[in-house]
Ligand binder design. Structure first.
Ligand code: HEM
Length: 251
């Protein structure tokens, strides 16, 4: 860890203080990133307001459950669109892009708020019954295999990945895991998006959700498939161009 030492003179005393440099850089992220965080916070609030308009008599817990669930899904998809988009303009996809990182952080925050709201509303201390059911013999538990149970279990795995990605979204983790390992862990994002889609569609089906939400989910799924396929194509094309370029230079 790097420390910075400050000497403070107060009341004729000289005090030296060590500050953790990494903690300072954690918050010293520049106005552009603060602006992104501000916009993402506003997006979250706007999402809650839209759900309030959709369901005016719903309580705050329901609004947070639905709004944060959908905002998290939108942001997970958005974070997967940024890399391929940048590939169009940059030759190589850098390991970490600030916008992608900030979008990922807010996907994580919203996902956690969604889960917290679900746990508060649907369980009274018996969280386990969202995911498991007691064995008929009375000892131990089985996985809950009802549509809700499957959806909750997929949501649970998605939440673990979301928290992992949230924890990785800072310079300290990037430095600790180094580029390649960090990028490998970031690839869990692909698993996350699949789980989040299945979880959402299952709940949409038995929640009889309005058509607008279903169309939004479909548009997001198509967007992520098309843009990721384009990104894959561009990445391979750039890689083979670079290889050819090196081969020509070596001859
Ligand atoms: C332990 C983890 C999770 C549990 C137990 C859970 C549970 C639930 C429940 C009970 C609902 C239905 C809400 C209602 O209609 O009243 C729901 C909906 C939803 N969840 Fe989750 N969730 C989890 C994780 C996630 C995560 C990580 C995401 C992130 C994308 C997510 C996205 C959604 C979305 C978009 C909906 C709305 C689907 C609809 O229109 O009904 N959930 N979830």
């Amino acid at each position: 860890m790097t420390y910075i030492r400050y000497i403070i003179i107060s009341n004729n005393h000289i005090v030296t203080k060590d500050y953790d440099m990494e903690l300072i850089t954690f918050f010293n992220i520049g106005w552009q990133r603060w602006r992104s965080h501000g916009l993402l916070a506003l997006f979250t609030l706007a999402g809650c307001y839209i759900i309030h308009l959709y369901s005016p008599y719903a309580d705050l817990n329901y609004i947070i459950t639905l709004a944060c669930g959908y905002i998290s899904l939108i942001l997970i998809v958005f974070s997967l669109l940024i890399g391929p988009y940048k590939l169009l303009y940059l030759r190589k996809n850098p390991v970490n892009l600030d916008l992608r990182r900030d979008v990922g952080i807010w996907a994580g925050i919203n996902g956690c708020l969604h889960v917290a709201a679900v746990l508060l509303a649907r369980t009274r201390g018996d969280v386990i019954f969202l995911f498991l059911r007691p064995k008929p013999q009375g000892v131990g538990y089985d996985l809950l295999m009802s549509p809700q149970g499957i959806s909750n279990n997929l949501g649970l795995v998605a939440t673990f990945i979301l928290i992992l990605l949230l924890v990785l979204s800072n310079d300290i983790s990037l430095k600790y895991f180094k580029g390649k390992r960090w990028k490998f862990l970031q690839r869990f994002n692909y698993g996350l998006v699949v789980l989040a889609f299945i979880h959402t569609v299952l709940y949409q089906r038995f929640g009889n959700r309005a058509r607008g939400f279903v169309i939004l989910t479909l548009v997001l799924a198509v967007a992520v498939l098309v843009i990721q396929a384009a990104g894959f194509f561009l990445y391979n094309r750039n890689a083979s161009r670079m290889k050819n370029h090196h081969r020509v230079r070596q001859q």
